[in-house]
Ligand binder design. Structure first.
Ligand SMILES: Cc1cc2nc3c(=O)[nH]c(=O)nc-3n(C[C@H](O)[C@H](O)[C@H](O)COP(=O)(O)OP(=O)(O)OC[C@H]3O[C@@H](n4cnc5c(N)ncnc54)[C@H](O)[C@@H]3O)c2cc1C
Length: 155
């Protein structure tokens, strides 16, 4: 959905399917430009990725850069550090088929393990993870497990 707020109406150009590759300095500690490249959407092994399109590099002059990032993965907090959990290739907390992280007895579900997603996944993962924890503690479980850690949305 293309939304235009009053802030957009004040001016500026919106660019899509573009990725910043580096900040170019002015040689004196200040930013002078953003170096970007256009990206294309690809799906590898069911996972979405954005790949640079060769020959589309461009510099955009800049004196100030504001970073407005969301969905960048779990915060590398002291908690995760102290638990020594491992991360997957996407920067989320890695887990096995039974929702357990690399730290024995530590389980992960929801955005922390799946990556940014939807409430329905968080609920389904939470219930399934609860069943896995119950099984780990009791050796059996009667709790429902609607999804597995590797389930993907139907396309
Ligand atoms: C801006 C935004 C808009 C969204 N819009 C939608 C939408 O429209 N529809 C939709 O389906 N999904 C939406 N989502 C995604 C959805 O909110 C998440 O997928 C979902 O909340 C993930 O649930 P979770 O339980 O895994 O994690 P969270 O909801 O993030 O819950 C994690 C909880 O753990 C707590 N916590 C963190 N560290 C500690 C600690 N050390 N000790 C104790 N507690 C801790 C946090 O405070 C938090 O309450 C949106 C997300 C964002 C950020």
């Amino acid at each position: 959905m293309m939304r235009t707020s009053s802030a957009h109406e004040e001016g500026g150009e919106r660019l899509y399917a573009i990725q910043t590759q580096e900040f170019v300095g002015d040689g004196d500690g200040r930013v002078a430009a953003l170096r970007t490249v256009l990206v294309e959407q690809r799906i590898h092994d069911g996972r979405l990725s954005f790949e640079p399109v060769g020959g589309t590099e461009e510099d955009h002059r800049a004196q100030l850069v504001l970073l407005a990032l969301g969905f960048t993965g779990p915060e590398r907090s002291r908690l995760l550090e102290d638990l020594s959990v491992e991360f997957d290739a996407r920067g989320n907390v890695a887990r096995n088929d039974h929702w357990m992280t690399s730290a024995d007895g530590v389980f992960v579900c929801g955005d922390m393990g799946r990556g940014q997603s939807l409430i329905v996944w968080a609920i389904a993962e939470g219930r399934s993870c609860a069943a896995a924890v119950d099984h780990w503690l009791e050796g059996r479980t009667f709790l429902p497990a609607p999804v597995t850690p590797t389930d993907q949305p139907l396309r």
